[in-house]
Design a protein around this ligand. Structure first.
Ligand SMILES: Nc1nc2c(c(=O)[nH]1)N=C([C@H](O)[C@H](O)COP(=O)(O)OP(=O)(O)OP(=O)(O)O)CN2
Ligand SMILES: [Zn+2]
Length: 128
């Protein structure tokens, strides 16, 4: 089994509604997003999938967040979903999983991790 990892970053503002502390006030982070994919077969170039293809798909998702107020975006705030690291990793996983599999048959998204700071992150993965 081969596993590839790609990272990217975005900066945005958020509010954690109902949070019993200062995170309920408007503030920002530079989030780091790490994506892992896996599969068995390499192509004729010796690649599981081109890093560039994963980066491109991840960038299109992350660009929606970059320099935004996340609570205002579809899937968060108005839908009653707090923009926590957990919910961001879940959202990115659900959006990215289908795209990865359609680019390269046999390659699957393993997990998405979202760092709010260098020492705190959440990971979403599904059982196979
Ligand atoms: N399980 C989670 N806990 C918290 C989340 C989260 O997404 N999942 N988010 C927050 C807030 O966004 C908060 O802004 C982050 O706080 P923290 O990690 O504590 O970062 P600080 O820069 O404020 O560092 P401190 O040293 O703790 O002041 C909170 N919890
Ligand atoms: Zn925060």
């Amino acid at each position: 089994m081969f596993e590839l990892t790609v990272k990217n970053k975005f900066s945005a503002a958020h509010v954690l509604c109902g949070y019993p502390g200062d995170c309920a006030r408007l503030h920002g982070h530079t989030w780091t997003v790490e994506v892992k994919v896996f599969g068995k077969e390499l192509n004729e170039l010796g690649m599981l999938i081109d890093f560039k293809d994963i980066k491109k798909q991840l960038a299109t998702i992350i660009n929606e967040f970059d320099h935004s107020y996340i609570n205002d975006l579809p899937g968060f705030g108005e839908d009653g979903v707090n923009p926590t690291a957990e919910n961001l990793s879940y959202y990115i996983f659900q959006t990215l999983a289908q795209r990865i599999s359609s680019i390269q048959m046999g390659v699957k998204l393993k997990e998405v991790s979202v760092w709010e700071s260098p020492d705190a992150y959440a990971t979403y993965r599904e059982d196979f």
